[in-house]
Design a protein around this ligand. Sequence first.
Ligand SMILES: NC(=O)c1ccc[n+]([C@@H]2O[C@H](COP(=O)([O-])OP(=O)(O)OC[C@H]3O[C@@H](n4cnc5c(N)ncnc54)[C@H](O)[C@@H]3O)[C@@H](O)[C@H]2O)c1
Length: 432
Amino acid sequence: MADRYLTFTGTAPGRFLTRRLGLPQPAPLKRWSPQRPALEGDRLLRTAGKSDLELTDVVPDLTGASEQPAAVLLDATGVRDVETLAEVHAALHPVVRSVAASGRIVVLGAPLDPADHHQGAVQQALEGFTRSLGKEIGRGRTVNLVRLTDARAAGSTLRFLLSPKSAYVSGQVIEVGARDESATPADPDRPLAGRTALVTGAARGIGEAVAETLARDGARVVVLDVPQAEQDARRVADRLGGTALALDITAPDAGGRLAAALPDGLDVLVHNAGITRDRRLVNMPAERWSSVLDVNLASVLRTTDALLESGTLRQGGRIVATASIAGLAGNAGQTNYGASKAGVVGLVRGLAPRALAEHGVTVNAVAPGFIETRMTAAVPLLIREAGRRMNSLAQGGLPVDVAETTAWLAHPESGAVNGQVVRVCGQSLLGA
Ligand SMILES: NC(=O)c1ccc[n+]([C@@H]2O[C@H](COP(=O)([O-])OP(=O)(O)OC[C@H]3O[C@@H](n4cnc5c(N)ncnc54)[C@H](O)[C@@H]3O)[C@@H](O)[C@H]2O)c1
C-alpha cells in the first residue's frame, strides 16, 4: 500500500500546502542499496567530558570539522556530573542544524555506575536528551544512544547506526557489553558466509525481507512457513538459493522436526512468524486468545528450548525474536497480541544471560512499529494513517528496516549485544 501522503509532500505544492497547514513533513529516507552502501558525507567526532574510548580503530574517517556532516558521533562516556553535561549541549548545539538529511547522531554513553549517583543521573540524562533530540531533529535524521565500555565490542553496532541500514531506528538506547570472543568475518560484505539461518514466517512480509537480507549477507537460509504457504516459501527460497520448510510452528513436535531438518546445525534463529486476532477483551473468545499466544509466544519458547537443548543452535549462534511496540505500550483490541509480544520481551531478558553463558548464543528482540506489510494494509484507513504519522519520521517503516536490524543482531561481531529489545519504529509515540 503506497504512502501517497509521503509522495505528495515530496512535491513543491505538497510541501507548501502541508507546511501552511502545519501537517507532518516526512522526508524520504535514504536506505541501503548496493549503489549507495554508506551515508554520503563526513563523520564528525565530538567529545563531552574526559574519555578513554579508542574510536578511530572502530569507526574510520572521523573528522574534526565538516560543513554538512552525514553523521555526528558524540562520545559522552566521560560525563559524570551536571557541569560536564553542559559539554553535550556545547558539542552539538553548533552542528545540529547542519547535519545532512537522513543523517545520524549517535551519542555514546557509559553504563550507570552503581557507586556514583551523580554519574548515574547524568548518564541517564543522556537518554532523555537523545529521545528529545530525536523528536525535534526532522528531515529523516535519527538520534540513538549506545551505552558501552569498550569501543571494540561495539564495532558492528556503530557501523549499523552510522549507515543507511538503520534508517527507521531512532530514539533507541542500546547497551553493548564488554568485549567478547566475537568472530571477525573474513569478508565484511558477506559476514554470514558459511552460516545457516532459519527464519520463521518467511514466505512473505517482514520474514521474507529478513531471509533476503541474511542471504545478501552470505547466509544459507531456511525459509519456514505454514504448509498452506509452501508455494510462496519455495519461491522465496529458490530466489535466495536456500531451502523451504513447510511446518506449522505451533505443532507440538516442531522443535524436534526443526532439529531433524537441520542436521548440520544452525547459527541464526529468527522467530518472525506472528499473527493478530484483534478484539477487545470483552468480545474475545478463548480461541482468539490462545491462537495468538500459541503462535507468537508458546511456539517461540518451545522451539528455542528444543534448538538450544539439542545443540542444533551452536556456539556463536544468534536468536532474534520479534516483539512489537504493542507489547511495550499496549494497544486497544490487542490484549492477546500485546501479552504475547511482551512475553517475547520477557523471554529475551530472561534467557539472554544464561544462553550466552551456557551456549555462547545471544538473544535479542526487534520490536517493529508501523511497518508497511499485508498485516498493516488490512488496518482501516484512518487508523493506518495515524499509525504511519505518529512517529518522529512521520512515515511507516519497510520490512527491510526490520531485516537490516535483524542482520546487525545476527552479525558475528555482535556477540556483546545481548538481551536488547531494539525498536524499529521511527521513534513511535507509543510506549517508552
Ligand atoms: N507489520 C507490522 O507493522 C508489524 C508490527 C509489529 C510487529 N510485527 C511482527 O512482525 C512479524 C511479521 O509480521 P508481518 O507483518 O510480516 O506479518 P505477515 O502476516 O505478512 O507474515 C507472517 C508470516 O508468518 C506466517 N505464520 C503465521 N503463523 C504461522 C505458524 N503457525 N507457523 C509458521 N508460520 C506462520 C504466515 O503464514 C506469514 O507468512 C510478526 O511476528 C508480527 O507480529 C509486525
